[in-house]
Design a protein around this ligand. Structure first.
Ligand code: NAP
Ligand code: ZN
Ligand code: ZN
Length: 349
């Protein structure tokens, strides 16, 4: 079946309306009417082929929420009319060690929601800037009833990408956490780490975000554009969640950690740009430099339930599909507070 979608045909191309094919609803499938889809910086990296491997046309979008329109005969856990979400993955092998551990995102055959080889059709996957999507029931998440649907969309990527490392590194009450970059991921990191009881400081290059950071739950804010300001905070943090999408001076950021602290990268700069890290920046205090990629399906549901319990959603700016290009320009200029969400309602036939 055909559904309306918004995609690009080349790097830095203009988004335009097109039709993409969705597979017929199989026995294990859920057909979702997409209501809202967040704009992640990864959508921009992919649409512009900054990581390589873009397969055009690219229809991005992996922060999808909507309602179930139809289910296959084996689907008992999702019902027509349910509010559901789809994140960065729509399938995996389900047999390998990582899949069995619930780490479908580390499977060798993860099928990502867009720009990925589609194991069902043999074609390419198209994401949530679109009217409808058909997804295997195991990759469909349940949205807590108390959460606003549009503001929940960004949890499906920005939420899980920040929740997962905070949990893996066991961030807890009283820990001193710094979040570097106050964009889509960063603002979720502030909310989630605060809800876990941490004392959170934001490292931002934007003076206009200082008051905002406090409103979001941060206790402290450091203007990171000024190296001397950063240097005043050496040795203060147990954990740094680094969401910056461009190469920056990691040695300086590592110096902000306490001994045995960890700096975890989630930001993914353009391909071909690498970091220069001095051994001494790690060895001196037995520090950890690590990375983290989204999170598994089970943990994504856990994160959504955590957000339901703590009443956490994203701060969003709603746009129509015709405003995607403008939104991309603003995200690249760090001018988003804090996630653009595309209103896709009424575009599902
Ligand atoms: P975003 O909304 O654009 O936020 C990034 C923020 O980083 C900006 O708002 C800005 O915050 C800061 N920043 C931007 N350029 C900078 C620079 N040159 N130097 C220092 N700070 C800079 O992006 P996002 O959607 O949160 O995504 C962030 C990164 O994470 C992207 O690379 C994205 O692809 C990646 N990502 C990774 C995963 C994963 O699983 N690992 C998942 C999703 C996204 P301030 O104004 O506060 O400085
Ligand atoms: Zn994303
Ligand atoms: Zn697998």
């Amino acid at each position: 079946m055909k559904t309306v979608a918004y995609g690009v045909d080349e790097p830095h191309g203009k988004f335009h309306e097109m039709n993409v094919e969705r597979r017929e609803v199989g026995d294990d499938d859920v057909l979702i009417d997409i209501e809202y889809c967040g704009i992640c910086h990864s959508d921009i990296h992919t649409a512009n082929n900054e990581w390589g491997g873009a397969m055009y046309p690219v229809v991005p979008g992996h922060e999808i929420v909507g309602t179930v329109r139809q289910t296959g005969k084996n689907v008992t856990d999702h019902r027509v009319g349910d509010r559901v979400g789809v994140g960065c993955m729509v399938d995996s092998c389900r047999n390998c060690e990582e899949c069995r551990k619930g780490n479908e995102h580390y499977c060798e055959n993860t099928v990502f929601t867009y720009n990925s080889h589609d194991s069902h059709t043999g074609g390419v996957t198209y994401g949530g800037y679109s009217g409808q999507v058909v997804v295997d029931r195991n990759f469909v998440l349940k949205i807590p009833e108390n959460l606003d649907l549009a503001a929940t969309a960004p949890l499906l990527c920005a939420g899980i990408t920040t929740y997962s490392p905070l949990r893996f590194w066991n961030v807890k009450k009283g820990d001193r956490v710094a979040v570097a970059g106050l964009g889509g991921l960063g603002h979720m990191g502030v909310k989630l780490a605060s809800a876990m009881g941490a004392d959170v400081t934001v490292l931002t290059t934007s003076p206009s975000k200082v008051d905002e950071a406090k409103r979001l739950g941060a206790q402290g804010v450091i203007l990171s554009g000024n190296k001397d300001e950063l240097k005043k905070h050496r040795g203060e943090f147990d954990f740094i969640l680094d969401t910056i999408p461009a190469v920056h001076d990691l040695n300086l950021y590592l110096s902000l950690l306490k001994p045995e602290g960890a700096l975890v990268l989630v930001g993914l700069p353009e391909r071909g740009n690498s970091y220069n890290v001095y051994a001494g920046a790690l060895v001196g205090g037995r520090k950890t430099l690590a990375g983290s990629n989204i999170g598994g399906i089970r943990e994504t549901q856990e994160m959504l339930d955590f957000c339901g319990k703590h009443d956490i959603t994203a701060d969003i700016e709603m746009i129509g599909p015709e405003e995607i290009n403008r939104a991309y320009e603003r995200v690249v200029k760090s001018d988003v507070k804090y996630r653009f969400v595309i209103d896709m309602k009424g575009r599902n036939n």
